[in-house]
Design a protein around this ligand. Structure first.
Ligand SMILES: Cc1ncc(COP(=O)(O)O)c(C=O)c1O
Length: 384
């Protein structure tokens, strides 16, 4: 019989030998633009805090005031004692902002995707997901009792082929608004047309589009004039906080409250966080200037970046991935950039497809043109 220790050390050795070893690095804080470590400060081009709201004084003050009023924890699942006025107000505010009947809060985007798919899908159903969908969506789909199929990334012909196959049960088409590792956007209007014409439902995870795209930051769906049956938004990116919400109609919300286990069996987010999120919604709605600064930075980076020996993805969003391919080279380039005080994390398989190792550069509203010049100099001088 193999011991636990032997089994774990075999798997650890396997991981080490493939150059896919994952590391965390301790740092002392970040303001979206800079990252502070014991070795000094770095220009941070790996943050999802796209609008720099994680340090917004009014959002911090809202959290403090929420903690004074409610304490620091929710004390239970929303179904027991964890659902306060602060949660209720935030849900109503989100639903009104995004034009849905209901919003339900989850503690993370991961939990929301898992909870919703697990609750909705039954054995006779099927999920058709874009093949580059986030791990939280794919994992939920694979573990659900439903049939799981992937369509080629953003490829309407491929989606159509899958949808054309007759199926007795219900069909859920799953995609993202902005793809987290590629930075490109889904053709949501075309996808929605196909789902409507086949009486399927559409679920869009807009983790990277909410707050950034559309009027008042209402996201990718709003921008493309699409209202998916299920919209997932997360608060760990443009909102600068954490948590997530599912936007849906009345009946679906009632259903999820009965069947979404991640909602029922998990401690609700702290009410103080809900108060801070309510303030973040206000800041996002009024955040045209921040969005404009971010767009200017994206335009500036794309204009100034010169020919690099690696492919820079054709992205118009804050996510600007440079595809390196080889895992070791990608990790080495990330280290070279770090020596130049520029922080760009290497993203390796299985987070991205095999041979898809990349430097995932992210731009924020807080970066200055000088910061971007420093990044470009570091990229051009590092062998990138
Ligand atoms: C597209 C997408 N969905 C979901 C998640 C998970 O969200 P959270 O970090 O809130 O768990 C992420 C986070 O990286 C993401 O990029």
């Amino acid at each position: 019989m193999m011991s636990w220790s032997d089994s774990l050390s075999r798997r650890l050795a396997e991981r080490r030998s493939t150059s896919l070893w994952r590391n965390r690095q301790v740092h002392q804080g970040s303001d979206g633009r800079l990252l502070f470590t014991s070795d000094g400060q770095y220009l941070n081009f790996s943050s999802n805090d796209y609008l720099g709201l994680s340090r917004h004084p009014q959002i911090i003050a809202a959290w403090q005031q929420g903690a004074e009023q409610y304490g620091v924890g929710s004390g239970g699942s929303g179904h027991v004692t964890g659902y306060t006025v602060a949660h209720n107000i935030l849900e109503q505010q989100l639903a009104e902002w995004l034009g849905y009947s209901r919003a339900l809060l989850f503690i993370s985007g991961y939990a929301a995707n898992q909870g919703v798919i697990a609750a909705l899908m039954e054995k006779e159903d099927r999920i058709i997901a874009d093949r580059l969908s986030h791990a939280s969506l794919m994992e939920a789909a694979i573990h659900s009792p439903a049939q799981c199929r992937r369509f080629l990334h953003n490829n309407m012909g491929s989606l159509q082929q899958h949808l054309a196959k007759a199926y007795a049960g219900k069909t859920l088409v799953v995609t993202e608004g902005v793809f987290s590792m590629d930075g490109d956007c889904a053709p949501l209007e075309a996808i929605a047309q196909q789902t409507k014409s086949t009486a399927s439902w559409l679920m869009v995870d807009d983790a990277h589009g909410i707050g950034i795209h559309g009027d008042e930051g209402r996201g990718s769906c709003w921008m493309q004039n699409v209202k998916p049956e299920i919209l997932i938004i997360t608060f760990g990116k443009a909102f600068g906080l954490s948590g997530a919400a599912v936007l849906c109609d009345e009946q679906t919300a009632e259903y999820l409250l009965q069947y979404a286990r991640h909602l029922i069996y998990s401690t609700a987010m702290p009410p103080a966080q809900a108060v801070a999120l309510s303030e973040a919604v206000q800041q996002i709605r009024a955040g045209d200037e921040l969005r404009e600064r971010l767009q200017n930075n994206i335009r500036y980076f794309r204009r100034e970046v010169q020919q690099l020996p690696f492919v820079l993805m054709n992205s118009e969003t804050a996510i600007q991935p440079l595809i390196i391919g080889d895992n070791e080279l990608c990790t080495a380039l990330s280290h070279v950039l770090r020596q130049k005080k520029v922080w760009v994390k290497a993203i390796l398989p299985p987070t991205v497809p095999p041979d898809g190792a990349r430097l995932r550069i992210t731009l924020t509203a807080n970066h200055t043109q000088h910061d971007i010049d420093t990044l470009l100099e570091a990229l051009h001088g590092s062998g990138c």
